[in-house]
Design a protein around this ligand. Sequence first.
Ligand code: FES
Length: 352
Amino acid sequence: MLSTTLNKLSVWFSHHSAFSGYFEPVIQRVKPAWRQGLYRAQVLNVTKAIGDFVHITLQPQHQWKAHKAGQHIELTVELNGRLLTRIFTIASSARQYAKDKTITLVIKTHKFGRFTPQLDKELTINSWVNISAAKGEFVFQYSNKSLDTPTVMVAGGSGITPMMSMLSEHLSTTNNPIYLRYIAPLNEHQFVEQLALLAKKYPCFTFDLMTRNEHELQPLALVAKSAIYCCGPQGLMSDIEALSKNTGANFYQEHFSLAPIVNDDSSIEVDVTVTLNGNVFTASNQQNLLIQLENQNAQVTRGCGIGVCHQCHCTKKSGLVKNLLTGDVSDSGEQIIQLCISQPLSNLEMSI
Ligand code: FES
């Protein structure tokens, strides 16, 4: 009751949806990276790997609940004074977490990205980041265990991470054949030694490392009712989904993509959906968010209206906005924005 009242007061008199959020900077002096609504995780190891990958081992705070193999988390890191969030599948198994309370992320770094190229420099050992609860439905389907049909996994690039987690977790629980086709540029395959060890230990498991060309020259042979797990670029997943449909296989997929810009031609007016604190509004891509949300009686705070006072701060959880002062287009992940100088470019999810 008290915390509900305090949270209401917080919404009225500050920019935070929870009273504790108002004291974030104070709490962070004792608990680095403490943030309302997120878990803290300590960086235990960061290793650069072939193919511009970085392997990161994290130890989440003890309240974090173990993931199911194949699930993902949102990773939030403060980079150059900005909080940036991206989604990554956990590459390690729930068994690893049960054993030593660690999880491993295997992340492809993108040379011109704002997030991934900085990770190996910014994440020092024992530093802290934030993670979300584990999420996602891309998990091993136990209903298939009883069927005497093969499981086929197709991974493209960093799409190997959920497969690795599922294999580490479930190979010891099944005798049905499991085949992995892992497609990546030459010499950029991750986990090569671990996959070889798994194949040696579990005779039901076989795998092929292929380049895209090799994959296209050797079409997959699928059988009806088999379970097909696919994670990778959209083109690959569309092809495997079509193949699965044709053969009557059960298709499961996981992919993450940027929020699509609703219209590349910004002179054409298009409406987007804006979800603010769970309430749904409609906004045009031609005007700033503050005016449009005020017109729909949303609970927003107005100050100067020109991007100076920061009274209109809010947290964009997902989606793209354009900063009307600088012309910069945001990332699709979590970020603090000023409503009065933000023009929506895609559907948005936000909280205050
Ligand atoms: S209202 Fe002042 S910065 Fe937006």
